[in-house]
Design a protein around this ligand. Structure first.
Ligand code: GLC
Length: 444
């Protein structure tokens, strides 16, 4: 089945979001992701808020129904059973954690914290809705508890930088940033899971991670279960502990959102302000490389930066972390390493001059609409109007011409061998953020 939208209207994208609605929450895509995902839910709620405000609130509420007792917000909530996904609850075994919910199946790891800024963005057009302020009052402490969890349990050096413990926590799951860590990982005790995978049977296997990598992803989860999801034990034992640029940028942008919402609700936001100032300072100290003119993630286990140039490095623009001088350098990088001959579609997820670049493989080159949407707002905020307009136009044109795909091939037409729209089709956040692009001209 093709979802090519020849005559694109917002109504067609709304239909996708409606079809992906499952009585209380929205799935990212029926083909690959049949449950509710964490940062997807944030972007989706924003899209819904323009035409179904009540459902937008329900989307967020459903996500937080899966929140653990220690504030951790899982990356998947398995609201209903579905055989079409691996790894399901039987792999996560979250009942081994004293903090997991006993009445709800979830995964045991998190995803980039987007809800603070999503609520702020929604506020502008939702404030006249009579249920909105009570909703904010209900959800604010939950989002705050998530941030508190991150600062309390994921920042062992007390730098204001939180770490991720699994590539699936990054949101950029298959990024080449993780390759070296996985190469060096001891998998002598890892089990074989190739036969259990569903993802590579549902879309072209060439666009998905290899079986060898999947073995490592599941091995990490098996270790978390062995640690009963105790963060201290995991930090000691697990080989994967990374302070990621996109994740910490989302945290800053969401801290700002919470400071704004907290102000509206008459809350004391001083703790948030302190966290935020520290994170911003540390990002510019630890992630920024002045010679290379780019932000890089930091591997806490190997104690060194991960010098792979990926689109996450631009996210400090969205968070307002970069200085003017840093922003200028980032803009140059965008031109030099992400847009070949002025013909490529912005913004590839990995620089084309990286050896790992692959235009069709999941987070190793393809364009993602959520990253573009954040990059657009970041570029506008720093006054880069030409580049920002190009990102917006490229994003809208991709969806207009190919449909609401999960990701897109960034190469010029003459080099694209197959369809430019790749991964899952009828993908929710692509539709939702297209709606925001169209319906809300306000920068933030
Ligand atoms: C993919 C993406 C991840 C997203 C998930 C559900 O795994 O890498 O960021 O949350 O799909 O859409």
């Amino acid at each position: 089945m093709s979802n090519t939208i020849t005559n694109n209207t917002t109504q067609e994208l709304i239909n996708i979001l409606n079809d992906n609605w499952r009585d209380g929450y929205t799935i990212p895509s029926a083909r690959l992701y049949p449950f509710q995902w964490n940062w997807d839910a944030g972007f989706i709620a924003l899209g819904l808020s323009y035409y179904e405000p009540e459902r937008a609130m329900e989307e967020i509420r459903s996500m937080f129904d899966g929140q653990w007792l220690n504030g951790m917000l899982p990356h998947i909530v398995f609201h209903k059973q579905n055989e079409n996904y691996f790894p399901g609850p039987e792999v996560w075994r979250v009942e081994t954690s004293e903090f997991s919910l006993k009445n709800k199946f979830t995964s045991g790891i998190t995803q980039p914290p987007v809800f603070g800024f999503i609520l702020e963005r929604m506020h502008a057009h939702m404030s006249s809705n009579k249920n909105w302020l009570p909703f904010l009052a209900e959800i604010y402490p939950k989002v705050l508890a998530f941030h508190k969890y991150l600062y309390t349990h994921r920042d062992p050096l007390n730098e204001g930088l939180v770490y991720i413990q699994h590539n699936w926590e990054s949101g950029t799951d298959n990024s080449p940033m993780w390759d070296e860590i996985f190469e060096h990982m001891d998998i002598s005790k890892a089990r074989d899971v190739a036969h259990l995978r569903k993802d590579n049977k549902n879309v072209d296997a060439a666009e998905r991670p290899t079986d060898e990598n999947y073995k490592r992803y599941i091995h990490l989860i098996d270790q978390f279960v062995n640690c009963n999801y105790n963060d201290t034990f995991i930090a000691e034992q697990s080989p994967f502990l990374v302070q990621d640029v996109l994740f910490n940028s989302m945290l800053v942008k969401s801290n700002k959102g919470l400071i704004y919402i907290g102000g509206l609700l008459g809350k004391d936001v001083s703790e948030l302000e302190q966290w935020n100032a520290k994170t911003i300072q540390s990002m510019n100290h630890k992630f920024w490389d002045e010679d290379r003119g780019f932000y890089y993630a930091y591997d806490l286990k190997a104690n060194k930066p991960i010098h792979i140039k990926v689109s996450s490095g631009f996210m400090p623009l969205f968070a307002g972390v970069a200085t003017k001088n840093q922003a200028d350098k980032l803009k140059s990088q965008l031109k030099i390493s992400f847009q070949k001959d002025n013909e490529w579609i912005l913004c590839p997820s990995c620089a084309f001059d990286e050896p790992a670049f692959n235009p069709v493989k999941y987070w190793r080159g393809p364009v993602w609409i959520n990253v573009n949407w954040m990059l657009f707002h970041g570029l506008v905020a720093y006054g880069f109007m030409e580049e920002s307009q190009q990102i917006k136009q490229d994003s809208l044109a991709l969806v207009d011409q190919h449909g609401s795909y999960e990701y897109f091939d960034p190469r010029p037409d003459n080099e694209v061998t197959n369809n430019r729209g790749i991964g899952a089709d009828l993908f929710s956040w692509t539709a939702a953020l297209y709606l925001d692009f169209k319906m809300n001209p306000q920068n933030f």
